[in-house]
Design a protein. Structure first.
Lengths: 305, 305, 305, 305
């Protein structure tokens, strides 16, 4: 009695068309602003590994903050214990790039999905890996089962150049002793992994281990079950910037979004789902992406709640 | 292949005994401070309506903030649309009784589970119900299937007398126009519903509709499925004061706690679970209660993630 | 070589006429909103006791927050030591009625001129005086040398009815143990002293002791010199709501303003000056009043700096 | 009937001896930590140009934040109008190096004496001067009438190396567009002027123009009278970090302090006074320095209030 995923996402693809034009493509860096806004891609990967897709599901896009999900997983593999002393696990209640809480809480970011937290995660990877860029790329290629995954260094350089606020966050944490490497080096790697380009199908596949107790489609362990629970819970409470509560409320899936217009969500034991549509709402989440997710859990009757 | 719930909770009951004495009973009102701290009760109600229990599962205790869960459900039945204009659905990132965000955000509380939000919910019930105390009592008796559920007015009066901070929250919201009734009247009703006394079995049964798409054991609709999703998501992101993230991270269930030492959690489609143990951790959650929940989801391998 | 005060204030009175209409009369309580906005009064009392006046200098107006200056002086006479444990002496950096700092700093208001601080001062007077209203009235009549000074109870009652935010501040401080009397009683007295009505000449005379090392015109001690320094310094750093820095910068006199449109300033050893004009700027200070003060110190070349 | 300044400061020098050892020398950079803590110097320069001194008045020390006073004056000479659009004139109510307000207020520092404000001032000097280091040095040598005034580049480099928080402030302001030059360049110059070394007599002389309506001892204009009022008012409301209110309250002079243990204060028309004693109180002000200032205004009966 499993719902017909293909039929549902085709239906949704048609129904969200009138929403094109209501959001705004990210324009804080020129490279992202160039994107064609009228794109909609959806992919689902079910627990048996079947993939269902519609629309622009094969077009590469900049995953931006969704990379925070994967670098967190990689860092959890590299560094088990110390990690949670350097970054928290509570929702922040403030903007993703705010400095206020960081100052109040002595340089320990609230969670790994706000910028400050993801920067600490990047610093950890830098400290634990000899070739950190390669490690990230290798990890991404493994979980997507796609050897063509690449960074987009034009985007990375452009982002680095405009990232004064991330520099401010980093120097503030360095002042508190929570950045160990040189700030320049950390920010370069951070901007690099944000520039990763995937398509919807890559993204759905890459998240498969999060619905399968940590094992990938070939049965190889990516994360232990305890850590899958942790990652999924962080997506649930903190994965969508200031819309985390609203997304849980309306959609009911652990998920992570990026300003490139992508969102990836998971229902453990059932499916992973990815959407891409570049126009953003005021909180920096894909406007159509959020709607697709809400319609999907409503039509399928499937959510964690 | 369903885990043996009875065996698991009996095991856990023994294993948490060494933790007795590590927390502190709530003492901000004399009535709560009188409780015997060495109490541990656990009850589970599965989707078929079977109840499994151990220890002090028949002893009444003050549910305190857990009442926010049930008054929210009642208010959602009484007032559909306006409710979410008057209270938000995002995690707060600050203490449950903080005034800071309330001031920044013009008197709209972040969610219905911080004190300010629950006070607005109480104000809504007051505005929609002719006999608000009776309505709350009737609702609680129906969902627990227990006609003996009562307020403890000694506790309510004691709490009212010490509730200067709740008065501050209420007057601040009144200043912003988000409390419609008289503050005195709202606070009296608020303290009254916080004083409700249930035992673990009542609490597990009362939450059955949240695991059964809104229907109680007799198949009667308490909430529509959309609203069940909303309530469960709010418990997930905001149900355990400042430990919401940590609880999701370690336990992975939507849940609501109270300073009386109770916690109730749900796994939609599977079970509701309640724990009571009066000693609290620094965030005001039952220290043993949180541990019991964590052990239960680990041993059973069952959580939303 | 003393400047010709009378000539200067007559000149200024003409020059500020074009500013009429640029500000807005306080309208948060109906009684204040009724005032004729086109009023301008100026009075100066020099160190020899000579009074120079222009315009509406004999018309009574509601001194509102200027009463905080005089109740502080009275409280300093009644309670020497404990006072500065219960209220601070630092500028607040936030709005006059903000709750944020109060919460961060455990219910100790930053200074006696923000609302919270003035409410604590009122609580102190209540605790030290058998007939607190009478004490305040007696003190005001003595320092103005005018037996007709009165409260305006219509204004006081109207203010009390709309004062939800002051209630919030008071209950928050009561929660921290920094309000000893009943909140209702404190707020009634607070609103009462805010409703005091004086004219410009009364106000200039009332402040004479602050330019004369604490002695009134008859040589009687109102405050000891150390306390005059303290009061004047508080006016300098915190007397004009969010314009304190700007006022010091442009005018350079210790001063206190009220939303009734009055401002009183002092130059120790030289003169006290009062202005009244009901139209306010965005910070709640008399728009024309601030300009008059600036022009006066510029034309006379006299300021503390 | 002028008080005997020499006698008073000699008396005070003896009376504060028991306070040696109660404060703590700044140790956040090694160079400052090396200083002999048991130093006390006092100098006064009266309106006629006479200098009165005691103790270690000829020993050079690092003026640190006192340089903010002189760079502000220099920037006011270089850039009249735009300056006050880029930095405010209100007391901050938070720590001197806090990022909170800066974030709330879009990168405009509250005043030129908190670090963020002084960094903007440095950026202005960089933008207006071809040889900014030389301009600062030349200005300092003129107002001290001492051609030997120098930077201490060992201190400057050490400070630069530990200045992660100042980098955070600068990048945050750059994000808001309020730093025009490269952050590295701004911070280098900032640390350089903080490393200026003067003795108490230099410092008292350097401030003479602030008591003489902007003219130095030779009658040459350093600042116009309007700007002297502005500078003195900023010292009064914001010159002593978190002790600004307390200092006004107890001392009653416009003043500026530095973590090197220096404080300089002025009484317009009468005298400038400088104190140096390296042990600091919890707010980073010279513990003995504050006491000397308080005793001096009390004994002489001279303050702006």
């Amino acid at each position: 009695m499993k719902p017909n995923f293909q039929k549902i996402i085709e239906e949704i693809s048609r129904e969200v068309l009138p929403l094109l034009g209501l959001g705004k493509v990210a324009n804080y860096i020129p490279e992202l602003a160039k994107i064609d806004p009228r794109k909609i891609g959806i992919s689902i990967c079910d627990i048996d590994g079947n993939v269902y897709s519609t629309g622009d599901c094969k077009t590469l896009f900049s995953i931006q903050s969704i990379s925070k999900l994967f670098t967190l997983c990689l860092a959890m593999k590299l560094e088990d214990n110390e990690l949670w002393n350097r970054v928290g696990m509570e929702p922040s209640g403030t903007a993703f790039n705010s400095l206020v809480l960081l100052e109040e809480e002595n340089g320990i970011p609230r969670n790994p999905f706000i910028n400050a937290g993801a920067i600490v995660i990047t610093d950890i990877i830098l400290g634990k890996s000899k070739h950190p860029s390669d490690s990230i790329l290798k990890f991404m290629r493994e979980i997507t089962q796609n050897k063509n995954i690449k960074f987009n260094d034009t985007v990375a350089v452009s982002e680095r150049k405009h990232g004064h606020r991330n520099a401010a966050l980093s120097y503030l944490m360095k002042d508190y002793g929570n950045i160990h490497k040189e700030v320049e080096e950390v920010l370069n790697l951070y901007c690099r992994h944000c520039s990763l380009e995937l398509n919807c199908e890559d993204l759905a596949r890459a998240s498969y281990f999060l619905i399968n107790q940590g094992k990938d489609i070939d049965g190889k362990t990516v994360l232990i079950p305890r850590d899958v629970k942790r990652v999924n819970s962080l997506m649930m409470t903190s994965g969508l910037y200031n819309n985390a509560g609203k997304f849980a409320f309306e959609v009911g899936l652990p998920a992570k979004s990026g300003v490139g217009g992508g969102i990836v969500g998971v229902l453990p034991g059932q499916f992973s789902i990815s959407v891409w549509s570049p126009e953003l709402n005021e909180s920096g989440n894909s406007l159509i992406g959020m709607k697709v997710m809400e319609m999907f859990t409503t039509k399928s009757g499937m959510s964690v709640f």
